[in-house]
Design a protein around this ligand. Structure first.
Ligand code: NI
Length: 227
């Protein structure tokens, strides 16, 4: 499941966040790469432990708590502290799959990456190229979103970032360990959640069918979730 979540950050929040990170010191992006992706990755990144990354990352974590679509789709157990990358002209990230396990540099935080997220922090008209291409069973999907919008996709997907040919592409990226490990189970729960919400606006939240389906949703979650 590939899902776009609009307006995770308002335009004001994006501007504030860009103010925090643009002035910071960026380093070679390979600091977080596995061996295979290090060969494919050509970009800049904010050091994970830098004050700017921590502050901007916390702003994103706060916003995610207030994003019901993200909560419904990801069913998050743990979110890796958001990281930040910048692709200038000629920079790219070739086809790769994200590492299954992630440990923060201080060793205090580790997760299994079930879902990958990219939160766009540049407006699409400010750069050419830089599309995120995500492969699934239906082929490649090209993703280039407005600043403040986010895409969520299974970490098992092959993906790449097209070379930037004008301007710069700044984004935040991070991983989520879901309470529901299996992508297919998570997708079923999400579809059911959305359908129940739609139904309840039409027939009322106290309709017996809505109550029954809500019960089913929670019983499936009980069966599949680990916390
Ligand atoms: Ni990746």
């Amino acid at each position: 499941m590939l899902l776009t979540i609009p307006n995770v950050l308002s335009k004001d929040a994006v501007a504030r966040l860009r103010g925090q990170i643009d002035a910071a010191t960026w380093v070679d992006g390979n600091v977080t790469s596995g061996r295979q992706s290090a060969m494919a990755k050509h970009n800049l990144q904010l050091p994970e432990e830098s004050a700017a990354a921590r502050a901007a990352g916390n702003l994103i974590l706060d916003a995610l708590e207030k994003a019901p679509l993200f909560i419904a789709a990801a069913l998050p157990l743990k979110i890796f502290p958001p990281l930040f990358n910048r692709y200038g002209v000629g920079q790219t990230f070739g086809m790769h799959v994200d590492n299954a396990l992630r440990v923060r540099q201080d060793g205090q935080f580790r997760i299994r990456a079930d879902l990958s997220a990219t939160l766009f922090l540049s407006e699409p008209e400010d750069y050419d190229g830089g599309e995120l291409i995500i492969e699934d069973t239906y082929g490649g999907h090209s993703v280039k979103l407005a600043a403040g919008d986010m895409v969520l996709y299974p970490s098992s997907s092959l993906h790449r970032v097209e070379p930037v040919t004008r301007g710069a592409r700044v984004a935040s990226f991070f991983w989520i360990q879901s309470m529901v490990r299996e992508t297919a189970q998570r997708a079923l729960l999400f579809d059911m959640d959305m359908a129940i919400q739609q139904l309840s606006t039409q027939v009322g939240i106290d309709h017996p069918a809505v109550i029954s389906l809500t019960g089913n949703y929670h019983n499936l979650l009980r069966m599949w979730a680990d916390i």
